[in-house]
Structures are given as C-alpha cells and as structure tokens.
Design a protein around this ligand. Sequence first.
Ligand code: SAM
Length: 238
Amino acid sequence: MAHVLLPAARWFSTIRKGKSVSSARWLNRQQNDHIVKQAKREGLRSRAALKLREINAKFNVVRKGNVVIDLGAAPGGWTQIAIDECRKGCPPENPDKPGKVNVIAIDLLHFVAFPGVGVIVGDFRKPDIQAKIVDYLAGRQADVVLSDMAPSFSGLGFRDSEDQLRLCQNALRMAQLYLKPGGRFVSKVLRSPAGDQFRTELKQYFDVVKAMKPESSRPESTEIFYIGLGFRRSTQQE
Ligand SMILES: C[S@@+](CC[C@H](N)C(=O)[O-])C[C@H]1O[C@@H](n2cnc3c(N)ncnc32)[C@H](O)[C@@H]1O
C-alpha cells in the first residue's frame, strides 16, 4: 500500500529536483531494494504483489467473494493479493474444489498454490488449458481478469512490446469469453504507440479505462497498467 512505500516516494521527489543521472540511478536502485525487501518482509511471493496491491487500493478491482482469472501468475505475487481480497474473513468449505476456488491462476511455469487457488500450468491460449479454466469456473463467470504477463524478452524494444501487446490482446479475448457484465480487468502493457491503441481498444469493452504506474513499479521500466471497469460486450462485436 502507499503508506509502505512512502520513503521511496520521497526519494523520487529528490530525483525530480534535478540530481545527476548517476545519483538518480543510485537512488532508483535504493528504491528497488527497498521494495524487494518490503515484499520479503511481508512474505509476499514477488515484488509484483505490491503493484497489484496499489492498483487494488485505488480501483477496488478484486473484492470479497470474487472469482478471478490471473494470467501470468507465477511465482504467485498477484495471486496472493487476489486470494486475500477474495477471502477477506470468509474461508469457505472445500476451497480447492473446482466451482469453489476464487482464483484461477495460469502460467507457463509451475508454482505452489494457496488454498482457494486453482493453478493451471500451460499457455492460456491453448484449448486444453481453456478447458481447465472452464472446469474451475464450473458454470460461473469471472468478476475479474488480471494479466501481468510478459513474454521472454529479446532485448529488442520494438519486438518485445509487440509480443507483450499480443499477450494483452489475448488477455482481452479471455475477458470477452469469461468476464461477467460489469466485470473488471487489469493488464500490464509496455508503453508504446501500439500500447496506446490497446487502451483505445479497451474503451470498446469497458465503461471506464484508467492507466496507472504503481510506485512499486521500477521507474525505468516502460510498464504501465491499464484498468478496465464496467465490462460490456462491444457494440461492434454484436
Ligand atoms: C512478470 S511475470 C508474472 C509475475 C506474477 N504476476 C507475480 O505477481 O508473481 C510474467 C509471467 O507471464 C508468464 N507468461 C508469459 N506468456 C504466457 C502465456 N502464454 N501463458 C501463460 N503464462 C504466460 C510467464 O511465464 C511469467 O511467469
């Protein structure tokens, strides 16, 4: 949450006041260390968890009792925040039974689940993985689709942002398939002109589309998060 990251925010304002590039880099590294340490201290699976926590504090995306699809979930930082929000004070019976899990977490990589989370290992675009998602949903629609996915980066900026954008567009397809009307969506996007177009695309499906750069996101990273609120079918689609 924001209060946790306040010291880092103070360092940022120092950078903006015109320190040299090298001291800005040093300060950024301190900021990153601080955030990694923070995540460890709290027993979070990754620093990424802090990003979703900030997003959720601002936009109330994941709520008590929700059903969440978490794309690109390993090692489980977002999953951990999502299940905590879904389960606030209400541990259910048989939390791991399909039809009872609150979070369906998918990744190419295996990671250890939490109670109430169904983990699926594989590429979410493949039919067998989609079938497993449908099994876990057991007739329910999702309240939220999250995507923190990233491709394996080649180091070539243009290619990497194209690959990442394709994942975002496929995450939006997942929303079209599984999200309930009024549902919410969060996707990581790398800043680029194509990323801006994706924001325009999101506006066809959501009443409100916001962008956020959490304080826990590395300042030098081009990542930004788009948040879609109030899902509706595109009129162009019907
Ligand atoms: C930044 S990491 C996710 C971090 C995670 N959200 C957390 O909070 O700990 C990005 C993940 O996207 C996954 N990924 C990339 N392409 C994918 C695909 N097609 N299907 C499923 N997962 C994918 C990668 O395996 C990687 O683990």
